[in-house]
Design a protein around this ligand. Structure first.
Ligand SMILES: [Zn+2]
Length: 328
């Protein structure tokens, strides 16, 4: 029997599950709403159901399941699989997620930070599969990060390493949810993108966004900005360029710091293409030393929206194999 691993991407809005072969091939998937408001047990049920359906779609017998990996929003203890109190899973307080799901599924289950699993997915089976050292930046509601050095995730003694979204890019800058100011997340997330647009409009710049939002800037969202960009709105191009410059500032520092072979960007915002990547590359390479800048490729995710689920499966496979090796 060909053994497989499963990856579950546990988000505040959706639960996504993928069944993945040991070589990284995606065999089947499922996605459904999390309904986090229904409470912990309901979310655990949803994950178990999603896993069943993904196994069906992959045409794989449940007995072939070697391990399950869950990518969950932090903060957490990745070793014990305890999730502390994720902002988008209301009511979760020190939930032993790995243990609860292991009991429910009767399969070894591991929990990891959602940005780290996305990074691992790209490293294992996506854009970074030919490299040894890479950095991954996920652009969503927040900005997540993951770092692989010489084939290993850089976790740090407390498991908190790789918080690229909370690198300071502007001293005394925008207030961040983490309590600090000027974090990259406040400029390069979907929320940051909207913040930049609203600031621009309030300073008197003209844009079709004003018509699109019916004159109410509170209604502007990331989708509206990318629609305006696609329609050729100059201001939307400026917003994207500003966002790219903030990202390039952080990535230039990362290139100097880590000398990665590749920097992979994930998340819906990368659909903006050159409007985003061109200012990122220009800024990062201007800022970084020549030698690491020549080395570092700055590229979009190879797995599209699947980096997280594939990576959760990959992390679980690796941790399962490490445990097996220790037992022998
Ligand atoms: Zn922060």
């Amino acid at each position: 029997m060909n053994l497989v691993v499963a990856g579950i991407d546990l988000g505040g809005t959706n639960v996504k599950t993928a069944i993945v072969a040991r070589n990284g091939d995606l065999l089947g998937q499922d996605s459904r709403p999390t309904h986090s408001e229904a409470g912990l047990d309901a979310v655990l049920d949803t994950m178990a159901e999603s896993l069943d359906v993904a196994l069906e779609h992959a045409n794989v017998d449940p007995s072939a399941l070697l391990a399950v990996g869950i990518g969950a929003p932090g903060p957490m203890n990745w070793r014990t699989g305890v999730v502390f109190s994720p902002p988008n899973l209301p009511g979760w307080e020190n939930v032993p997620l790995a243990e609860l799901m292991r009991k429910r599924l009767n399969v070894p289950t591991y929990v990891d930070n959602d940005a780290n699993v996305a990074c691992w997915g790209e490293f294992w089976s996506g854009a970074g599969r030919e490299v040894d050292s890479m950095v991954c930046v996920t652009l969503g509601t927040g900005v997540g990060g993951g770092i692989v050095v010489f084939g290993k995730l850089l976790r740090g003694p407390d498991g908190t390493a790789g918080e690229i979204g909370h690198m300071c890019v502007s001293r005394g800058g925008r207030q961040c949810n983490c309590g600090s100011r000027g974090c990259l997340e406040q400029y390069a997330s979907a929320t940051g993108l909207v913040h930049t647009a609203v600031e621009g409009i309030e300073s008197g710049r003209k844009t079709m966004l004003m018509d699109m939002c019916g004159g109410d800037v509170e209604r502007i969202d990331g989708k509206m900005i990318s629609d305006a960009l696609a329609k050729g709105d100059e201001f939307a191009g400026w917003v994207m360029r500003e966002t790219g410059i903030w990202l390039g500032t952080a990535i230039g520092s990362l290139v100097n710091l880590l000398n990665p072979e590749m920097v992979v960007l994930c998340g819906g915002m990368i659909a903006a293409g050159d409007a985003l990547f061109e200012p990122i590359r220009t800024t990062a390479f201007e800022q970084a030393f020549d030698v690491p800048a020549k080395r570092a490729l700055i590229v979009p995710a190879g797995l599209g929206g699947d980096s997280g689920v594939v990576g959760a499966a990959g992390c679980a496979l690796q941790r399962y194999e490490e445990e097996e090796a220790r037992r022998r």
